[in-house]
Ligand binder design. Structure first.
Ligand SMILES: NC(=O)c1ccc[n+]([C@@H]2O[C@H](COP(=O)([O-])OP(=O)(O)OC[C@H]3O[C@@H](n4cnc5c(N)ncnc54)[C@H](O)[C@@H]3O)[C@@H](O)[C@H]2O)c1
Length: 408
């Protein structure tokens, strides 16, 4: 088959390489000319485990362009971000992608949508934009950055399709590289399944965050309590923290709320998780750190050991802290680009009155309380991930607050 992949980002590019590796001819399309130029000269625009090796093996089967051309299959993997003010999916990229393939799509061409979309999008928005009545399928992506290729091959997949013919053709294409099971359903079910998965995790984290606040009042350590509760064979509580980030968990529940505004628990979970940066700031204030003081944020990536800051709760924490008059210095050795200036550890802690750990990067384990105290103006530390060895910090003279730990 000749497959045209529209959007060569974290999802589109690895998928395109896997499809090429399965022996299909692949045309990779992206509107970003830098990406196309890099790929055309054999370079990858981002790092992902195993992608270098795979790309080098399969690039002979691939061509890269800024405009689509005729193909048997079009696979759409463009962004579907959240419109932050309206809290609805921004489908402008999907619509533009459809416009760009419209003239190449014929009656039996297969169009597979991998982008995460609100329920009904394939039927009500994508299908009417492609007037030659192609076969339409939705195959949402479940892979995690950092292990994308493995998960794309080994995870089970759900394919929603508008007809048995679409379902069969889509299954044929995916089974050429997927080792997990493939389940077939209708378009709307596939759309909603993807959103349910991430909403489930968001709600579970909201519950953990609520438990954390209860534990602080009840003088209990929630981290220990969750470990013990999870010994129950049917309980699996996730971890609390300074808020939920990333382009999936903090975004996808809104795609359900947008279509079903009456949802109660989904709205509430978003509210609880969005409140967490404010809660972390409350812990800082409880240590008597005054707004005129300099404070230090450690970590702005949305999760540990990655450089990704999309939807990171660190940004909300920093904005709130600044609004209240704190001077915030920020250190994250993994992140290259951020809305605020990132400085070295020493610069970030010099004259600081409080360290606040937002992201639990492994590299922060190297921070020694005795060493950093030499540079700080006052010895306070807030750990929002139960990451540090707190006894060590207390022994070094620090006053310590741990999110969810009412024992300290
Ligand atoms: N990254 C993940 O881990 C992940 C996981 C599950 C689902 N998803 C979903 O997959 C979709 C893609 O996400 P991503 O992380 O790969 O995004 P991304 O931002 O990394 O990549 C998208 C690419 O599409 C390109 N693009 C935008 N409009 C285009 C157009 N009209 N024609 C051609 N190219 C166009 C952009 O230039 C960009 O390179 C989103 O809907 C996302 O929610 C992502």
């Amino acid at each position: 088959m000749k497959v045209c992949v529209i959007g060569l980002g974290y999802i589109g590019l690895p998928t395109a390489c896997l499809i090429a590796g399965a022996g299909h001819e692949v045309i990779g399309v992206d509107i970003n000319t830098n990406i196309i130029n890099m790929l055309a000269t054999g370079k990858l625009p981002f790092k992902e485990k195993g992608l270098d090796e795979l790309f080098n093996k399969v690039k002979e089967n691939m061509r890269f362009k800024t405009q689509p051309e005729e193909a048997d299959v079009f696979l759409i993997a463009v962004p579907t971000p959240l419109d932050k003010d309206a809290k609805i999916a921004d489908l402008s990229y999907v619509k533009k992608a459809c416009q760009s393939i419209k003239n190449h799509v014929k009656e039996h061409t297969l169009v597979v949508v991998e982008s995460t979309v609100p329920p009904g999008t394939c039927e009500l928005i994508i299908s009417p934009l492609l007037d030659n009545k192609p076969l339409i399928a939705h195959c949402p992506e479940r892979a995690i950055p950092g292990n994308t290729l493995y998960e794309m091959i080994h995870n089970d997949r759900v394919i929603g399709a508008d007809s048995p013919e679409s379902a069969e053709q889509t299954k044929n294409m995916y089974s050429s590289f997927v080792k997990g099971k493939i389940y077939l359903t209708d378009l709307r079910t596939a759309e909603i399944v993807k959103l349910m998965e991430n909403t489930y995790r968001d709600i579970n984290i909201a519950l953990a965050n609520e438990f954390a606040q209860i534990a602080e009042e009840a003088k209990v350590n929630v981290w220990e309590a969750i470990k013990l509760a999870n010994k129950h064979p049917r309980v699996e509580i996730l971890q609390p923290g300074p808020g939920v980030g990333g382009h999936c968990l903090a975004v996808d529940p809104w795609f359900l709320i947008e279509r079903f505004p009456g949802s109660k628990i989904i709205n509430l979970a978003r509210e609880i998780n969005d409140f967490m940066p404010r809660h972390v700031l409350k812990l800082v204030k409880e240590l008597d750190v005054y707004p005129s003081n300099k404070i230090t944020v450690l970590g702005v990536a949305y999760k540990k050991n990655v450089d990704d800051t999309r939807e990171t709760p660190a940004l909300k924490f920093i904005k709130l802290a600044e609004k209240e008059g704190y001077k915030v210095k920020i250190h994250d050795p993994l992140v290259k680009e951020f809305e605020y200036e990132l400085v070295s550890l020493n610069e970030a802690i010099e004259n600081s009155s409080c360290l606040i750990l937002i992201t639990d990067h492994d590299v922060f384990k190297e921070i020694k309380p005795k060493e950093v105290s030499k540079l700080m103006a006052a010895y306070n530390m807030v750990d929002s991930r139960d990451f540090f060895n707190h006894n060590e910090w207390v022994e070094a003279g620090f006053r310590v607050k741990v999110l969810g730990n009412g024992k300290i």
